[in-house]
Design a protein around this ligand. Structure first.
Ligand code: 8YV
Length: 320
């Protein structure tokens, strides 16, 4: 008998699909991750598991699960999973590409506009009863229109972000491991070195995945190269940024503001200096959080599990 472990509460309509093919064990919590010890016990006899970024699927964990055939990750990023060890053990790992591209790009765009026009500060200004009169430079921000936007990571989300810039008459720069000639032609984006991206952009937008190469890529030396009135947006992964360096750079005025949907430590500690900075907009990792997209991500995980347990190829494998 197949057994599927689901590490978070998901709607019954998805559980019902899994129950057609296996015994299903669900950790029925919306916001509390399944404790590690409990997870390690649960996967001992599991053939499949449906996980989120909260679960670290490392060698220890994979050693505990001799019958495991598939780990379906409810995310496009899979830095929480040791995909090489999984491959050695014959475990298929799947992610959720494409279904979340537009929603995540949209959140990135929201963060860019919100930081540029100081939306969170402006709302707090009213809430705090500070709005006494109109002023010529009251909460004046920065135009996206006509600016230079530099995208770090030109994958699906980077491209969807670039498409959205079309109506804003921006110059689009990008830095990516590989040149994306189709995107260059379609959107008029220009490949530049990482340093040029930092030096020339008014908005630097990170959409890259976390890898050995991108870890702490945005550090003191990177922030030093940015324009003093530039804005940094991160919708990739928190650890691409050295947050201590970012705080110092903001304090020194090496950049104007930042908007982060992803943090080095999630949830962020309530005494983190970024939370006290009016020019830092911090979100709780909601890039793909629209009802529709979350449904589509869950369905894709379910379909991947069904395929593998029925001895078919996974739909979106990352380590095949
Ligand atoms: C996920 C994400 O929703 O897909 C990713 O890589 O970061 C988000 O879309 C989140 O990580 C939950 O696992």
């Amino acid at each position: 008998m197949n057994k599927i472990v689901v590490t978070r509460q998901i709607p019954q309509k998805f559980i019902a699909q899994l129950e057609e093919i296996a015994e299903v064990e669900v950790w029925n919590e919306k916001f509390i991750p399944m404790p590690r010890e409990k997870f390690l016990l649960s996967i001992k006899d599991a053939t499949a598991c449906f996980v989120t970024l909260s679960e670290k699927i490392d060698e220890t964990c994979l050693n505990e699960a001799p019958n495991l055939k598939i780990v379906a990750n409810m995310a496009v990023g899979f830095d929480n999973i040791d995909i090489d060890v999984a491959k050695q053990k014959g475990v298929t790992v799947t992610n959720t590409p494409e279904v979340l591209t537009e929603t995540t790009a949209e959140l990135g765009f929201t963060l860019m506009l919100a930081t540029a026009r100081r939306i969170v500060e402006a709302e707090q200004y009213i809430q705090e009863g500070q709005w006494k009169s109109w002023g010529p430079y009251l909460l004046s921000g920065k135009d996206v229109y006509g600016s230079t936007v530099g995208i770090f990571g030109m994958g699906d989300i980077g491209k969807a972000f670039a498409k959205r810039l079309k109506g804003f008459n921006t110059k689009i720069l990008y830095h990516n491991r590989s040149r994306q000639e189709a995107t260059e032609n379609e959107l008029g984006a220009t490949w530049v070195s990482f340093d040029e991206l930092l030096e020339e952009s008014d908005f630097v937008v990170c959409t890259a995945p976390l890898t050995d190469e991108t870890k702490h890529k945005f550090n003191a030396s990177a922030f030093e190269k940015m324009k003093s009135d530039s804005i940094f947006i991160n919708i990739g992964r928190g650890a691409i940024v050295n947050e201590e360096d970012l705080v110092n750079a903001l304090n020194k005025g090496q950049l104007l503001a930042c908007g982060l949907d992803v943090l080095e430590q999630e949830p962020i500690a309530m005494d983190h200096p970024l939370l006290k900075m009016p020019n830092a907009v911090i979100l709780p990792h909601i890039g793909s959080a629209s009802e529709n997209t979350r449904n589509n991500m869950i369905q894709l995980c379910v379909d991947n599990i069904k395929a593998v347990l029925n001895n078919k190829s996974a739909i979106t494998p990352v380590n095949s």
